[in-house]
Design a protein around this ligand. Structure first.
Ligand SMILES: [Zn+2]
Ligand SMILES: [Zn+2]
Length: 164
């Protein structure tokens, strides 16, 4: 892939916050859990997992809101301080190394369809999943599903996490 094909821009609704993904994401989650349904006010959330170093803030700044999470470890949701749109989250486990970028905030959200559906146990019944995308009742094991280059990047950030 060329560099330009990799670059995806996004931002909030009022356009104060603008960001650029400098790499393709590690993996894209479509989460159907009740927590994500409540937080989006919708049927699921679409999150692109990517290392924080590959999320370039082009303009504005984000306000980080500590929010409870299903795991109990908490979630830090980054929002535009003006229009309050959520642009990404960090979850307890990986700290600030990994961002879960909300795919719907990209200028071209069609570029990142889900690689996996998770927590389908609470999927809203009218949502029909495509048979070719892996789907799990709850969570899954990255080692069995992620492509080799994403797993290599995962090794790198896990090593970093151990050192921190
Ligand atoms: Zn805004
Ligand atoms: Zn969820």
């Amino acid at each position: 892939m060329t560099e330009t094909a990799d670059v995806l821009d996004g931002g909030c609704t009022c356009r104060e916050v603008r960001f650029r993904l400098l790499s393709k994401p590690l993996f894209v989650h479509c989460c159907h859990c009740r927590w994500c349904q409540r937080e989006t006010g919708s049927a699921f959330v679409l999150n692109a997992m990517i290392e924080t170093e590959y999320v370039d803030l082009l303009s504005g700044d984000v306000e980080v809101v500590d929010t409870p999470s299903n795991s109990g470890k908490g979630q830090r949701i980054s929002r535009c301080p003006r229009c309050r749109i959520a642009v990404w989250s960090n979850y307890g486990g990986a700290g600030d190394l990994i961002r879960f970028v909300r795919v719907g905030t990209l200028d071209n959200p069609d570029a990142l369809p889900p690689d996996v559906h998770i927590f389908t146990m609470s999927k809203q019944p009218w949502v029909i999943l495509p048979p070719e995308t892996p789907a799990f009742h709850e969570y899954y094991d990255a080692k069995t599903l992620w492509p080799a280059d994403s797993l290599a990047r995962r090794e790198a950030y896990l090593a970093k996490l151990k050192r921190s």
